[in-house]
Ligand binder design. Structure first.
Ligand SMILES: [Zn+2]
Ligand SMILES: [Zn+2]
Length: 150
């Protein structure tokens, strides 16, 4: 099935829609909801520390351990993506449209890149026979426009 047409400017759909689409059996505590809302409202792929900072104003007293716990849960449930770069902490993404990430090696910015055309992973890369793909974490590296202009 082809991925949905990329709509880079569209906001992620609400959590409830997403849950309905996934038919996910996820128990959402108020903290998990807050953490999701903060992430869905961010486009800069924050780290757990940055999410803690943003969620604190809504949930005073929330701890970093709780934030990590919520992020783990939301990632496992497929509601958000965890982006692991070799150096530094994981970053998180609530954009669940088909996309990969572009990482600027100069300023560290992480940008969503949506497919420009219908994209079929197994036609692009030769994977071993019988491989079953569950998700794709791909980071393309280089220099962003602002850094390249310097
Ligand atoms: Zn992303
Ligand atoms: Zn840059």
């Amino acid at each position: 099935m082809p991925p949905p047409a990329p709509r880079p400017s569209s906001k992620p759909t609400g959590l409830d829609c997403r849950l309905a689409v996934l038919g996910a059996d996820v128990r959402l505590t108020p903290h998990r909801r807050e953490v999701f809302d903060v992430l869905a409202g961010s486009t800069d792929h924050p780290t757990a520390y940055e999410i803690l900072d943003r969620v604190k104003s809504r949930s005073p007293g929330i701890s970093l351990a709780t934030v990590y716990n919520c992020l783990d849960h939301l990632t496992t449930a497929g509601l958000i993506k965890q982006v692991q770069l070799e150096r530094g902490q994981s970053r998180y993404c609530a954009n669940l449209h088909e996309h990969v990430h572009f990482h600027c090696d100069v300023c560290g910015k992480l940008i969503d890149a949506h497919p420009a055309a219908d994209f079929e992973v197994t036609k692009f890369w030769s994977l071993p026979r019988g491989t079953n793909i569950t998700r794709m974490d791909l980071v393309i590296r280089g220099t962003c426009e602002a850094c390249a202009a310097k």
